[in-house]
Design a protein around this ligand. Structure first.
Ligand code: NDP
Length: 284
């Protein structure tokens, strides 16, 4: 049989993108599975996305991740969307199926999988989410679609929080409510899952934590954080001290990367390799 020298190309388009660690994790996964795939970290300036997407098609790239500032604009250049991506209104993963570009959002799905891996399901649960940005949007929609009973959005900027609640009410069957975050937030006693979906605590601001009354965190709650660098955030440390089960943001990052891997290759992702690679990258 003739040799095939052509590798399948994947990567990420973003700006800035230089510090995005996904490529190291995906390349380690491709190598571990013996797949001839590459993952390139590509700087695409604002305004250059259309050309980049045309380039992706022209070069028959297998798939691409999108990060800041392209997750919403990319919708214009796609041929189809997953139901969740359509509701969320943002795409972080594109799959090229023979020239047809299909968009998915794996952020919220990665979050759900990381909880499942710890034996936690959101079905029938009351979920409280701090923040209303891109991560909160993806997580809240997936929680609602997965059958959460109630989703509470807590945000400093009222308009952003209210808009997300409206979206949940219109597009999902979960109960949704907004709480304005204008003083230390007290976690309602009937909360099952508390999520920090803000960027508070992200490196280099590792000494910061969300402004909440930490004594309102109870043992029966599962407390999770999207911040992955450093994953052992002060927020999670406070929750641990109150006896709550915690799930960190590294798991979410690995799980969304694993979903991308499977969408592009059709193979099961080597989760341990991916997690170990990221830990090494972050010096953990
Ligand atoms: P956005 O900028 O879209 O949203 C940030 C949110 O945080 C907003 O709701 C903002 O509130 C809130 N916020 C920021 N600072 C504060 C503060 N001091 N007090 C209270 N609220 C605050 O960011 P993203 O949603 O894209 O990202 C958020 C975090 O999620 C980042 O740390 C990112 O690294 C992480 N992330 C992790 C992933 C993973 O796989 N683990 C995947 C995707 C993201 P307001 O609306 O009032 O401005």
């Amino acid at each position: 049989m003739a040799k095939n020298y052509r590798a399948e190309l994947t990567g990420v388009f973003g700006c800035p993108v230089e510090e995005n660690p996904t490529g190291v994790m995906e390349e380690a996964a491709f190598a571990a599975k013996g797949l001839d795939y590459r993952y390139l970290t590509i700087r695409v300036e604002p305004g250059a996305l259309q050309a980049a997407m045309e380039g992706m098609r022209a070069m028959n790239m297998r798939g691409i991740n999108l990060t800041i500032p392209h997750k919403v604009e990319v919708l214009k250049y796609l041929d189809g969307l997953s139901p969740a991506a359509e509701i969320i209104g943002a795409v972080n993963t594109v799959i090229n199926n023979g020239g047809r570009l299909w968009g998915e959002n794996t952020d919220g799905k990665g979050f759900l999988t990381s909880l499942q891996n710890e034996g936690v399901s959101v079905t029938g649960k009351r979920v409280v989410i701090l923040g209303a940005g891109g991560a909160a949007r993806a997580i809240s929609v997936e929680c609602a679609l997965a059958g959460a009973e109630k989703v509470t959005i807590v945000n400093v900027t009222r308009e952003r929080g209210e808009a997300l609640v409206k979206l949940l009410q219109e597009k999902t069957s979960a109960k949704a409510e907004f709480v304005l975050w204008d003083r230390p937030f007290s976690v309602p006693a009937d909360t099952d899952i508390l999520v920090n979906a803000t960027s508070v605590g992200l490196y280099p601001n590792v000494n910061e934590k969300p402004d909440i009354n930490y004594d309102t965190i109870a043992k029966h709650m599962v407390v999770t954080d999207v911040v992955f660098n450093d994953p052992h955030t002060l927020f999670l440390q406070e929750a641990e001290q109150r006896g709550a089960k915690t799930v960190n943001g590294l798991g979410m990052l690995v799980c969304q990367g694993a979903l991308n891997f499977t969408l592009w290759t059709g193979e099961e992702a080597p989760l341990e390799v991916m997690e170990e690679t990221l830990k090494q990258e972050f010096g953990l």
